[in-house]
Design a protein around this ligand. Structure first.
Ligand SMILES: Nc1ncnc2c1ncn2[C@@H]1O[C@H](COP(=O)(O)OP(=O)(O)OP(=O)(O)O)[C@@H](O)[C@H]1O
Ligand SMILES: [Mg+2]
Length: 319
């Protein structure tokens, strides 16, 4: 038996945060490390676990063991009357439970395709997607999908909109109804529950769309440019708001965005994709020095510009 100590840096401070024991079997070590995940997170925030696991020789660059989403050598070709389009090639990625991952890449590189494959709405031409330990073969109920447009039905009240998923999945009972009312209350929409979508602001509509997604209690949220229809100030506020909700509800999230700053400020890890056929160019583990990790605070972190410049260069955007 070997007892080691892991040291982590945060800004100028360097201190021992926890010690872990490596037992002869890797499995035992994994289980042991899992039990300390929460403690480690409380100490310094996410991202450290990946480093701890790497130190123990158990992780890979793009994720760690015990991932909730696993994408293996994924390839996707679309067939149309005009021929074949290779959208994605050789995509491998894992997402840890509770992690927030952002995906950035040029337009048309296959980001939405990747989310649809994870959600089980499309079938890959190569490779596989595993969610919660099971291979995805159809629409996965643990996955909630939020798009750029809120798709609230204008003829239904906010309450009728947010219970839509529960109605469709035939899981609307008193307990679910109470939970939805609780979410509306917590996130400031209870007094608007009998209003119609056109009586709400853009930010409130987006929040209602998120509550509709959360109502069916998905473990994983896929956000495809979920804030891009909003003006800049509202977008910052809504991103802050929705980030808080995702963290409080303890969800795993994958966000596709064209906004580099948004990707860095919200994520534990940023995935940069190449142009079509989309492949993964680079992973960035984001480690920012800020007192309270919220997207707006994170933008003030001294390391922010470093990540921004790196990702900007990776994307090779020409103006
Ligand atoms: N149903 C389809 N049939 C044929 N080609 C498609 C289909 N859907 C997407 N494509 C093509 O696959 C490629 C990837 O599309 P996708 O929408 O995933 O890109 P994206 O990265 O999300 O783009 P954007 O940033 O503009 O939203 C594009 O070239 C697109 O034209
Ligand atoms: Mg897209």
């Amino acid at each position: 038996m070997y007892t080691g100590e892991a040291y982590f840096c945060s800004g100028t401070q360097k201190s021992p945060n926890f010690s872990f024991t490596v037992y002869p079997t890797k499995l035992y070590t994994v289980l042991y490390i899992k039990t300390i995940t929460q403690q480690v997170r409380r100490i310094k925030g996410t991202g450290l676990m990946s480093r701890a696991v790497k130190l123990a020789g158990l992780g890979t660059e793009d994720g760690i063991l015990g991932a909730i989403v696993e994408v293996h050598n994924l390839g996707m070709k679309y067939h149309s009357l005009n021929g074949e389009v290779t959208a994605l090639e050789n995509i491998s990625l894992t997402v840890e439970e509770g992690e927030f991952v952002s995906i950035v890449g040029p337009s048309g590189c296959g980001k939405s395709t990747l989310l649809s494959l994870i959600a089980g709405l499309l079938h890959p031409t190569e490779g596989s997607v595993i969610v919660g330990g099971r291979q995805v073969t159809g629409a996965a109920h643990q996955v909630g999908y939020m798009l750029q447009k809120d798709y609230l039905f204008e003829w239904r009240t906010i309450f009728e909109n947010v219970i839509l998923g529960l109605e469709i999945t035939r899981t609307l009972n008193n307990a679910a109804r109470d939970r939805v009312l609780g979410l509306l209350e917590t996130y400031g929409l209870l007094e608007f529950k009998d209003k119609y979508p056109n009586q709400l602001s853009g930010g409130m509509r987006q929040r209602a769309a998120l509550i509709r997604t959360l109502a069916v209690d998905p473990q994983i949220l896929l956000l495809d440019e979920a804030f891009s229809a909003l003006d800049y100030q509202t977008r910052l506020a809504v991103a802050e708001d929705i980030y808080g909700i995702i963290k409080r509800e303890n969800k795993t999230a994958i966000l596709v965005t064209h906004d580099i700053a948004e990707s860095i400020s919200m994520a534990d890890r940023v995935v940069v994709m190449t142009k079509r056929p989309g492949t993964i160019k680079r992973f960035y583990s984001i480690s920012l020095t800020c007192d309270r990790k919220t997207p707006i605070n994170c933008r003030e972190a001294p390391e922010f510009r470093y990540y921004f410049n790196k990702i900007w260069r990776d994307l090779d955007i020409h103006v």
